[in-house]
Design a protein around this ligand. Structure first.
Ligand code: GLU
Length: 376
């Protein structure tokens, strides 16, 4: 049974496993933790559990909480060093809070601090999957955040929206609910007169991206609509529904699911395990730029042959994940390269019959095999 509307997110038969992401501005107000609100949300999580749903929480707020304790300005986001220090302090309070409030409902919280690389590396991703599965089987509620104190600038999520989508993939969840300080996606800047909340989005197209109006409105988190749409793209390819709804109200899950106030991004297709992971990869080691003929062939399910490659970018090894792009710059696919970057450069534009001689050893059947390739 598929998820087709917001109400389905509260239906245990359609949504057995739900990821709920809570933004910083919801958790932390001017006077510190918004405890009363959080107690209400935790009661909703307990209710979801009671109706047979498994819930994973992705909680922001470590940086905001830690910054307040350390007296750092700009909410602890003035520099990477500030954010890392703030997160180290705030995470203790944050996980303690979740453990305490979930505990009051007889639920056990389990903390997982993940980095981007934990989910980009296939082996570590599978390890995270195993841990999450075991925790859920054991009846715990995983509470996840990025490990901000060790993640460095270039290799961090930086926002918990995409982290939530990747966690949902790893946990094979049915849906993600991003609770934010906005009602959902509007067809233009919500501050403009006549802006309309979109109840449903089928496919995050360029037109949909154009509706996003940039940074976080609260200035506290780092999310904003752009990262939410990227999260929706990851989810939609993995067969996972994703909803954006406002957490500014009490009982926000009920508001989204019973009053249908929010935006639901419907899944496009269901790539299985390895392909979903590959499609959702955020950092790639390089790129293969291909001609129109090769692009057509990929669309029909073929492997990528060297003859259709016109440019090789980056320094990647055999087995690394690369982007496959059109000459116009559009990312068409992600795939695992069968050759390293130098070999790809040597073979590009050349027919398979010449490959053995060019390489000096027996060639592989393709530059990226179709089993290791996912169209975006
Ligand atoms: N991981 C950050 C924190 O705990 C939040 C990232 C975000 O704003 O999405 O403060």
């Amino acid at each position: 049974m598929k998820i087709t509307c917001l109400a389905d997110l509260a239906d245990a038969a359609r949504c057995r496993r739900l990821v709920v992401k809570v933004g910083s501005s919801l958790l932390v107000g001017k006077d510190g933790v918004r405890r009363g609100w959080l107690e209400g949300l935790v009661a909703e999580i307990a209710a979801a559990r009671a109706r047979g749903q498994e819930v994973i929480v992705v909680s922001s707020g470590a940086i905001a909480l830690g910054a307040a304790k350390l007296g750092l300005d700009k909410g602890g986001r003035g520099s990477l060093a500030d954010a890392q220090a703030a997160a180290a302090v705030g995470q203790i309070a944050l996980s303690g809070l979740w453990a305490e409030l979930l505990g009051a409902h007889g639920l056990t919280a389990a903390q997982l601090l993940l980095t981007l690389e934990d989910l980009e590396d296939r082996r570590r991703y599978l390890n995270a999957t195993a841990t999450l599965t075991r925790l859920l089987d054991a009846g715990a509620v995983p509470v996840i955040n990025e490990n901000d104190s060790v993640a460095t600038q270039e290799i961090r999520f930086g926002d918990n929206d995409r982290l939530a989508a990747r966690v949902a993939q790893a946990a094979q969840a049915n849906a993600v609910l991003l609770l934010s300080d906005v009602d959902g996606l509007f067809d233009r800047n919500p501050a403009e007169p006549g802006a309309r909340l979109l109840p449903e989005v089928r496919g995050v197209t360029a037109e949909v991206h154009a509706m996003a109006t940039g940074g976080s409105s609260s200035g506290m988190g780092s999310g904003g609509m752009t990262s939410k749409l990227q999260a929706a793209e990851i989810a939609e390819r993995a067969g996972i529904a994703l909803a954006i709804a406002s957490g500014l109200h009490d009982a926000p899950i009920a508001r989204a699911t019973t009053q249908a106030i929010g935006t639901l991004f419907l899944p496009k297709r269901k790539d299985a395990g390895r392909k979903a992971w590959l499609g959702g990869r955020l950092r790639l080691k390089g790129a293969l730029v291909i001609d129109a003929g090769a692009a057509r062939a990929l669309g029909k399910g073929s492997s990528l042959l060297a003859a259709g490659v016109v440019r090789v970018e980056g320094e990647f090894q055999r087995g690394d994940a690369v982007a496959i792009r059109s000459e116009g710059g559009e990312t068409l696919a992600h795939g695992l390269a069968e050759y390293d970057a130098l070999e790809c450069a040597r073979l590009m534009g050349r027919n398979s019959a010449e490959h053995g001689e060019l390489l000096g050893y027996a060639p592989r059947s393709a530059v990226v095999h179709r089993d290791q390739l996912v169209l975006l």
